[in-house]
Design a protein around this ligand. Sequence first.
Ligand code: FAD
Length: 486
Amino acid sequence: MTTSPAPVILWFRRDLRLSDNPALNQAAETGAPIVPVYIHDGGPLQDRAGGASLWWLDKSLRALDDSLKARGSRLILRSGDSESELRRLIDETGADSVFMNRRFEPELFARDADIAHALKDEGVEVKGWNGSLMCRPGAVLNGSGQPYKVFTPFLKALLAMAEPPSHTTGPRTLDTPAGLRSEALDDWNLHPGKPDWSTGFDWTPGEAGASEALSRFIAGGLKAYSRDRDFPAAPGCSRLSPHLHFGEIHPWRAIERVRAAAEAGKVPQAEADKFVAELGWRDFSAHLLHNFPQITDTAFRPEYDRMPWRDDAAGLRAWRRGQTGYPIVDAGMRQLWTTGWMHNRVRMIVASFLVKDLLIDWRKGEKWFRDTLVDADLASNVQNWQWVAGSGADASPYFRVFNPITQGTKFDAKGQYVRRWVPEIAALPDKWLHAPWTAPPEILRGVGLRLGHDYPRPIVDHGQARDRALEALRTVTASRYDDLEH
Ligand code: FAD
């Protein structure tokens, strides 16, 4: 008599795909039935996901369920505390192992280790793999065994040591026990109710959507990526960030396809290399968060926590709503609200404006991005905010203050981006588009634009704000020397 092996629970998290999925491949290797589950754990240790992220999660889970159904399986949905739900599922199915792709955010990593420990005591094996990053955080160390704090040597070391996994498509069929209880996704209310603020979200979440976005990029923006990626009106970047965040594509798969395009002579090698380097920033962010978990809440360079941040509720509100009076800033903030995403160049401009022109704590900006970005990612968001604020590991110096007018004229010279997102000033000629308050009254009258009525006057004077920011920086650096004297 043969007894069938005990099922393996396949715990999906931020790896919502079937191809290039190490945990799925390993589960299939065992030859045991597979129980694919997603647990919606509303507990405090989740990745602090905001509304836009949940919008994406909703669609991505539906896409994953469809893919599983096409292979004879389905996604079991459970909500509640992760450990309790796993235990319940183990009881219901008789599973003797849980396979997952690891989450590397420190709190989740520790929580998962606790779960593994607790279940091991009861004879259930918990195994994890890296299914989301080019390299497991903690693996890339310098010659003295210390984590890198500077990006370029980190990337060099990563590329030298990494062993890209070969491409896999996952098993053709999955044997999943029948009759398992699953909750209904609709009951989780991940899609916004009333008002539905997501009507402008133009995305195709899921594995197929990720692959199509990459194909579009390879056929389009990649050819001149290093130049065009800075121009927000150009289709110059991949828009893969939310797909990568939810694990709908493995970063090595994206790299493999981009490198193949270069090898086939379809795009210059230098452009493929630039794309790999940008993906490297994603790994660098995860690496920093892993090694310095305090950076979610405190400055990587501690002296920056003495910055005399201003408490400016009206300024913060104007920034969030895209009503600062600086068109490139307002365009970015409105693109974010309307689509759940913002172009990288403009993210830098709006972040600099908040932290330097308004002298508002970067943590308030990080929080707003976390709630509104479909690609909101704890490691990348925190790392980039600290980069702009000058307090990060390999950060832009604080004294480099972006000028929103020259940034606008340089990267949106013809104004396509600003005109799209700030339509009330669209009729202004290019010459004044990025600084409407400098337009002569007859020009404003000619286009029917009443500043302070149809569109705000600048909420701060950039020149004065810049001086104030630099003065604040002196406080930080001076107090550093004060400490030395004590
Ligand atoms: P592409 O130019 O096509 O780059 C390809 C991929 O490389 C991206 O999808 C992303 O995964 C990665 N990447 C590129 N630049 C960076 C970077 N600077 N840091 C980390 N990864 C990078 N990115 C997020 O994914 N989540 C965030 O929460 C996030 N918050 C940010 C906050 C601020 C203040 C700033 C300045 C940047 C932030 N970024 C964040 C980084 C970057 O803006 C986005 O990754 C990028 O705009 C996504 O567009 P794309 O996919 O077209 O990028």
